[in-house]
Each structure stands twice: as structure tokens, then as C-alpha cells.
Write a protein that binds this ligand. Structure first.
Ligand SMILES: Cc1cc2nc3c(=O)[nH]c(=O)nc-3n(C[C@H](O)[C@H](O)[C@H](O)COP(=O)(O)O)c2cc1C
Length: 352
């Protein structure tokens, strides 16, 4: 079940991509997702070529399954260097985020036999990437963690599906079987998740990030330019809120620069890598536990299968079908405990 064209295109078992998670997930997470049948994707943003090579070797030491490398086109030099390394090392899939890597880079990757999947925030961007020759696009809504546009997943995905001929995946706000199934209703052939994968035993998130993620409500994220200069959806911290307040009252450039530096240097402890800031999406509000990747994916797919079997009764207007979509076991965030505990009303009713 749930085998789609994207599985054949990328050589994966399930139509589930792990979005690149700079600061949130590296070698361990990527290998775990690919081993579990999805596509793990390595981040490269801000990293060196040496690190990329070491990460690729690390993933290959842990799994023989396909995985991807993400290119964030932050400058022509970095983009071309990263693409050249992917070609040299025979990476099967490259995803691109935030901006257009340029037609020449796409063409070079494709000529080397690499599948290229671009994350896009608008219909126009999707059309452009299709024209440049990418194999698929991920339509990522404004509720996503990381760099975001302004259009939400629900209206974005079907409009992109209608606008392009290549396969479309959905991202932004997907954290369990309900979001997974909804993506197919919108016309997508698979999904990309980021925030949900951060709350796994294999992610790189520090203790501060993990604790915050588990405690967050759906309103606890904020979109800011303080991190990279572009709009990034993050965990709301006092430092980011101060920066955004200053933007709203029209503070001058010097003050904004100072406040942005405070955001970027805020630490949880003494360790320089122990950041007290992280991108995260609105779906964080429904994450209540940290689980292993395999457990997460298997439970999600089992729940999705049961939900899909229930949907015909929605169409026929029988039963209180919406009740079967409601999570009634609040101790479990995503079908990771025994699956029936998550959607108990999916179990055959005695009266039926
Ligand atoms: C901590 C974090 C880091 C991210 N880093 C990147 C990145 O380096 N490159 C990229 O293309 N997308 C990045 N993203 C976006 C994700 O790959 C993914 O598209 C997004 O998280 C999907 O939305 P969701 O968070 O609602 O699942 C990041 C997201 C988060 C939460």
C-alpha cells in the first residue's frame, strides 16, 4: 500500500522523504530513515566540502539504501562545489531548498544520472523548476519548519499539482497518518517531513531543542529573518521575539543587526554548538514523544492503512467517521505506541 511513482523514481519503499534538517539531523537520522524505507537527506547548509564527504561516508557505512543530499543555493560557488561532490561520489538524489540552484547545475546533476527534487513555496517556482528539468517538486507550505513562503500547504499543493506534470510531494505541517493521507487527497504522490523527524532518537537536536519541541503548542513558532536573512520558521524564543518586535516598530539597521547577532549566538550551555534556537514547524504542537525512526514510520503507515480503509464510509456518510480520525490516546504523539491505541475507534465496532 502507498507505493507511488516517487517510490520507483527514487528507489525507495515508502513515499516519505525526510527533509534536510540543518542542525536537527545528520548521518544517524539520514541512515535510519533510508534503512526504514524512506529517503533520508543530508543537510549541507553552512558546512564544508570535507564535512559533506565525511557525512556521505558515514551514511554509506550504515546503509546500502538510497539517500539524498540537500543543496541550499546560497551562492554560486557553494552550490557548484556541492553539486560536483554529489556527482563525484555518485549520490542518487539531490534535493534543493530555498532557492533555484540554476539550470546549469540541474542539467549537470541530471546528466550524471542524479534525480533532482526541488522544494518550492509557490506555483511559479514549481513551474520554473519543472522547466529547468527537475524530476519532482516538494510543495512546502508556510507552516513548515525552516525557510518558508507565505502560502499554506492546503491551498499550495493542489495548485502546484494542477500547474506541473512532474510528481508533486507535500510538505509543511505533516506529522502523522492523517497528514500523510491528506497529502494524497490533495494530489501529491508522497510527503516530506522535517519537524516530526527531529523528535526521534536518531536526530541531532540538543536537550534544549528536544524539551522545547515536546512542550510546544501549535502557536509556539515564529517566522523571522534573524537567522539567515530570509524568512525561517523557528521555535519562538525571547531573543527572536525581541528581534521581530523591533522589526515591527521600525528599528534601525544597527539595532536589528545587534538583535540578530543575539539570536544567532544564544546558547543553552557553555558549549558553542549548544544552540538555543532551531527551526521548527507548527506541527510541533502535536509531537509529544521521542521515538525511533523505524517505529515512527511503521506506526504511521499502519495507522494510514486503517484510516484509508475507513474513508469510504466518510464518502457514504455512514457512522461518525470523523471520530475515527481523532487521536484519543494523548500519551502517544504519532502512532508510535501500539498502533490501535492511537486510533482506537478504527478498530471494528461491536455494533457493526
Ligand atoms: C531544523 C530544521 C532545519 C532545516 N534545514 C533545512 C535545510 O538545510 N535545507 C532545506 O532544504 N530544508 C531545510 N528544512 C526544511 C525541511 O527540510 C522540511 O522541508 C520541512 O521541515 C517540512 O515541514 P515540517 O517541518 O512541517 O515537516 C529544515 C527544517 C527544520 C525544522
Amino acid at each position: 500500500m502507498f507505493h507511488t511513482v516517487i517510490c520507483d523514481l527514487l528507489g525507495i519503499r515508502y513515499p516519505i522523504l525526510q527533509g534536510a534538517l540543518q542542525g536537527g539531523g545528520g548521518v544517524e537520522l539520514v541512515a535510519a530513515v533510508s534503512e526504514a524505507g524512506g529517503l533520508g537527506v543530508l543537510p549541507t547548509f553552512g558546512g564544508t566540502d570535507q564535512k559533506l564527504r565525511a557525512d556521505i561516508a558515514g551514511v554509506r557505512a550504515r546503509t546500502n539504501r538510497p539517500f539524498g543530499v540537500n543543496i541550499m543555493p546560497m551562492g554560486r560557488g557553494i552550490t557548484e562545489r556541492c553539486a560536483a561532490t554529489c556527482i563525484e561520489l555518485g549520490i542518487p538524489v539531490v534535493t534543493t531548498g530555498r532557492a533555484d540552484p540554476g539550470e546549469a547545475v540541474v542539467r549537470r546533476l541530471k546528466a550524471a544520472g542524479i534525480k533532482v527534487v526541488s522544494v518550492i513555496p509557490t506555483v511559479e517556482h514549481a513551474r520554473r523548476m519543472e522547466a529547468e528539468g527537475v524530476d519532482a517538486v516538494v510543495a512546502s507550505g508556510a507552516e513548515a519548519g525552516g525557510h518558508v513562503g507565505t502560502v499554506s500547504t492546503l491551498p499550495l499543493v493542489p495548485q502546484v499539482v494542477d500547474a506541473v506534470k512532474i510528481p508533486v510531494l507535500a510538505a509543511g505541517g505533516i506529522g502523522d497518518a492523517r497528514g500523510f493521507l491528506a497529502a494524497f487527497a490533495l494530489g501529491a504522490v508522497g510527503i516530506q517531513m522535517g519537524t516530526r523527524f527531529m523528535a526521534t532518537t536518531e536526530s541531532d537536536l540538543n536537550d534544549w531543542g528536544r524539551d522545547r519541541l515536546l512542550a510546544m503548542r501549535e502557536t509556539d513558532t515564529i517566522v523571522t529573518r534573524a537567522m539567515t536573512g530570509a524568512t525561517v520558521r523557528c521555535i519562538r524564543t525571547p531573543e527572536i521575539a525581541a528581534y521581530e518586535d523591533a522589526v515591527a516598530r521600525g528599528a534601525d539597521t544597527a539595532e536589528l543587526k545587534d538583535l540578530a547577532a543575539r539570536v544567532r549566538t544564544s546558547r543553552y550551555g557553555e558549549d558553542r554548538s549548544d544552540r538555543r534556537q532551531s527551526a521548527a514547524g507548527q506541527v510541533a504542537g502535536m509531537i509529544t514523544e521521542v521515538v525511533a525512526v523505524r517505529e515512527l514510520l511503521e506506526a504511521m503507515l499502519a495507522d494510514a492503512t486503517r484510516l484509508a480503509e475507513r474513508l469510504p464510509s466518510v464518502a457514504k456518510g455512514r457512522n461518525d467517521s470523523t471520530a475515527s480520525m481523532r487521536r484519543t490516546d494523548t500519551s502517544s504523539s504519532s502512532g508510535v505506541a501500539a498502533a490501535p491505541k492511537v486510533y482506537p475507534s478504527l478498530e471494528p465496532q461491536k455494533s457493526q
